[in-house]
Design a protein around this ligand. Structure first.
Ligand SMILES: Nc1ncnc2c1ncn2[C@@H]1O[C@H](COP(=O)(O)OP(=O)(O)O)[C@@H](O)[C@H]1O
Ligand SMILES: [Mg+2]
Length: 269
């Protein structure tokens, strides 16, 4: 952590230690002094965040606090006004091939199902590896089938997205992102548009990924998942990171009034 200001907390020693397992922590995603406005609205305020290799971050905070915008800046779906973002030590390029390459290293799964509606499940997964990575079709399909199997939907490979449930579609979206061999996976409320009975089948895949060592940033209100899978909770409000700590420390001893208020609202049900 390079800096602190009055409102931003650095992760505790405990939060940093869990990432290590003996190895030196290697920063895969770094946001340094990131600022972003939408017109007059200041949505990201001096965001400083480091995600180490293999680390699982869960980002929580009230609606409108800038969680989605922060995720979208990481693969440059949104520009930033100032500051810098590094992926595996490389600064995010502005545009062109270099951006496409770096963006391919960041997998993203959104709230809304965003599979290509007119392509089969298998084609959804193989499209980018073939087009962007220039993978051979047979190989790409073999790997896609392995990935679909891993997320439990291999039997749906030849169907169209509309024939699958929301939970199945989100699992395909995860497989599709993994097919690009991303260095880090971003999840922006991947279960919040799902019927309740489908939430767990998606979270289970995410927990498994976390256990396999994938580096993950997950925006989610699923606190069970946060407790089970997160190395660190990042709490955002009003465009700022107000707290970051281990799940136990954050849930048991939130430091700021904003976090206490937020937790009292989501944990009372
Ligand atoms: N494309 C946009 N244009 C203008 N305002 C936006 C845009 N996207 C998000 N916002 C605003 O930025 C703020 C942060 O939004 P967002 O990052 O979606 O928050 P969260 O994901 O935490 O709910 C909100 O006030 C939202 O209305
Ligand atoms: Mg959001």
């Amino acid at each position: 952590m390079t800096q602190t200001n009055s409102m931003q907390s650095t992760p505790t020693a405990a939060a940093q230690a869990v990432t290590g397992s003996g190895e030196l922590a290697k920063p895969l995603v770094q946001l340094n002094h990131v600022e972003k406005h939408f017109g007059a609205l200041h949505v990201l305020k001096d965001i400083n965040l480091t995600v180490n290799k293999g680390e699982v971050l869960v980002i929580v905070g009230p609606s409108g606090s800038g969680k989605s915008t922060m995720c979208r800046t990481i693969n440059r779906l949104e520009t930033i006004d100032s500051g810098e973002i590094l992926i595996d030590g490389e600064k995010l390029p502005q545009e062109g091939r270099a951006l496409a390459k770096l963006r391919a290293e960041v997998g993203m799964v959104f709230q809304s199902f965003n599979l290509f509606a007119n392509k089969t499940i298998l084609d959804n997964v193989t499209l980018a590896p073939i087009k962007v990575r220039h993978r051979n079709k047979v190989e790409a399909e073999r790997e896609a089938m392995d990935l679909l199997d891993r997320v439990g939907v291999a039997s749906q490979a030849n169907k169209m997205p509309s024939q699958l449930s929301g939970g199945q579609q989100q699992r395909v979206a995860i497989a599709r992102a993994l097919a690009m061999h991303p260095k880090v996976m971003l999840f922006d409320e991947p279960t919040s548009a799902l019927d309740p009975e489908m939430v767990n089948e998606v979270l289970d895949v995410m927990v498994e990924l976390a256990h396999e060592g994938m580096t993950m940033l997950c925006v989610t209100h699923e606190m069970g998942f946060a407790r089970k899978a997160a190395d660190r909770i990042v709490f955002m409000a009003d465009g700022q990171i107000l707290e970051q700590d281990t799940p136990d420390a954050f849930f048991e001893h939130p430091k700021t009034d904003r976090a206490k208020d937020f937790l009292s609202k989501i944990l009372t049900h």
